[in-house]
Design a protein around this ligand. Structure first.
Ligand SMILES: Nc1ncnc2c1ncn2[C@@H]1O[C@H](COP(=O)(O)OP(=O)(O)OP(=O)(O)O)[C@@H](O)[C@H]1O
Ligand SMILES: [Mg+2]
Length: 496
């Protein structure tokens, strides 16, 4: 055997494309890749039509962007025509020169692209069944639409300019027993995913971008509940530069469940639920790549997604010049922070996680009144070297009264409190608070006012008769005592 010669070794088209079909796109992420191209081509509108016709079902994506001339379309349809290392326009959402093909073939066996630019209409088509039958390396790109699609291609491109991407033979979608109902469910999933991935384009009215699915206009889904009055916290934007690319981060703590309506809570949980949607939201040119991930950060081992951090969401913006540093993949679905950024990101995430945890644990109720006065709480969490311990606060008036009057019973009362502290059903409360279950009731929630008043009266009497408080002073004290700070009107009525 010679060790110096060289051979021409092109891949076989059919086998190569079959292999590329398994990159791991979902229908929704594949469509997002097609829409990226429309946005890069300055489209202000993209229409996606799901047309149900059993195994002849199809998906059309039509944009009103710049379109392509014959040469541009020819290049667009080829694999490996663009070099991922080339510099891209600042607003270009592409990188690999592959997305149109890999995303489409992940869902269908026949891809038709028809496009119009300067009155010129061009159409090319890949059919994997034709490639499978071809001999040699067989990269046969078909010219013009298939017989069934002549009318469609011409009618759709009556517009001045734009591009139609048509997926037919949807073998990866219309599998055995897939029904019209499944198709409708798929449309819902796609709708949610696209409303999330492109939310910043859909929100920004200055650049007028609209997405329609079967003629229904998509509303953006904002992971950060921007402008919500109960938003717990958000940081100013922080920026770092690495290898000439500027990265910016904005940390958010979302409102506690108690401060959201059921509908808001449901919607803000996103498609995967609150716990799954915590973490970093990585955007590349305003397009969301990753929706909720701790990016492998963490001390020692990577942080996992925990219930207690579910209110933490961090917006991270990277430009397309940072693609290789952040290891962006063809699907635009992963990103890994470069080593030089990890410490900084971890610091920001740690702070946000701690804040989110506090908001989550507080049931959304501040330990201060709306005027900022501290409220005496019945329970406190003591941080010890061995972990957190929950203690009953003896300065709480209801506890103090009993301790002061206990006399010879004092040791027994103290034992009772200690037993309560040591047996607090933390695990049980944790489980009951878990996602999709009701938060356990506290603070007399759901109780009639009479019930609250009867407890309040005992405390009020005690303060006035035994502790020598004036009625007004007793009322003032109770207004700063948990859980009565939530019932200012009932408390005030005691003095009358
Ligand atoms: N809807 C469209 N309108 C105009 N041009 C398009 C459209 N779709 C694709 N193109 C052209 O085809 C090229 C190839 O698209 P493709 O999605 O395969 O790769 P890319 O967008 O360059 O990179 P990536 O693989 O990262 O998506 C694009 O660079 C663009 O020039
Ligand atoms: Mg692309």
């Amino acid at each position: 055997m010679s060790f110096t010669g060289k051979r021409h070794a092109p891949p076989k088209a059919g086998a190569m494309i079959e292999a590329l079909r398994g990159l791991g796109y979902t229908t929704a992420s594949a469509l997002a890749d097609i829409i990226d191209n429309s946005i890069a081509a300055n489209a202000s509108q993209v229409d996606i039509n799901f047309v149900w016709d059993q195994e002849k079902s199809r998906i059309e994506i039509i944009d009103n962007g710049n379109g392509m001339n014959a040469l541009e379309l020819d290049k667009a349809m080829r694999l490996g025509e663009l070099n991922p290392l080339d510099q891209r326009d600042e607003s270009d959402l592409g990188r690999f020169g592959m997305g149109l093909k890999t995303a489409s073939f992940s869902q269908c066996r026949e891809l038709t692209v028809a496009t119009k630019k300067k009155e010129e209409l061009n159409c090319l088509r890949w059919d994997l069944d034709v490639l499978a039958k071809s001999t040699g390396d067989g990269w046969y790109l078909l010219e013009g639409p298939s017989e069934n699609n002549h009318d469609l291609v011409h009618s759709i491109l009556d517009a001045q300019k734009g591009t139609l991407v048509l997926w037919e033979k949807l073998d990866r979608i219309i599998t055995d027993r897939f029904s019209a109902d499944d198709f409708l469910d798929l449309i819902d999933q796609v709708e949610f995913h696209l409303a999330m991935v492109f939310h910043r384009y859909l929100e920004d009215r200055s650049n007028c971008f609209d997405l329609y699915i079967n003629k229904k206009k998509l509303k953006p889904w904002d992971p950060f509940l921007k402008g919500h009055p109960a938003k717990a916290w958000h940081s100013p934007k922080a920026t770092r530069t690495s290898s000439g690319s500027s990265i910016s981060v904005e940390c958010h703590v979302l409102p506690h469940k108690d401060k959201l309506t059921n509908k808001e809570f449901e919607s803000a949980g996103g498609s995967d639920g609150w716990t799954a949607q915590q973490g970093f939201y990585v955007y590349r040119n305003k397009r969301l790549l990753l929706a909720g991930s701790w990016l492998g950060l963490g001390k020692g081992r990577a942080w996992t997604k925990e219930e207690s951090h579910r209110l933490a969401r961090i917006k991270l913006d990277i430009p397309n010049t940072a693609d290789s540093e952040w290891k962006i993949d063809i699907r635009k679905a992963t990103a890994r922070p470069p080593v030089v950024m990890r410490k900084w990101l971890m610091r920001l995430a740690e702070d946000t996680r701690a804040r989110a945890r506090r908001t989550f644990a507080s049931r959304g109720k501040p330990a201060r009144t709306s005027k900022g006065e501290p409220v005496v709480q019945a329970w406190k969490a003591d941080q010890t070297s061995g972990g957190v311990r929950y203690r009953i606060d003896e300065t709480h008036p209801a506890i103090r009264n009993v301790l002061d009057d206990a006399g010879s019973m004092l040791p027994q009362v103290k034992v009772m409190l200690r037993i309560l502290e040591e047996t607090i059903p933390v695990q049980r409360i944790w489980l009951d608070t878990a996602e999709n279950k009701e938060t356990p009731r506290t603070h007399f929630e759901g109780e009639a006012s009479d019930e609250v008043i009867s407890v309040l009266k005992v405390m009020f009497e005690n303060l006035v008769t035994k502790k020598g408080f004036s009625p007004k002073a007793a009322v003032d004290k109770l207004l700063l005592t948990e859980p009565f700070q939530d019932y200012p009107q009932l408390v005030s009525s005691l003095a009358e």
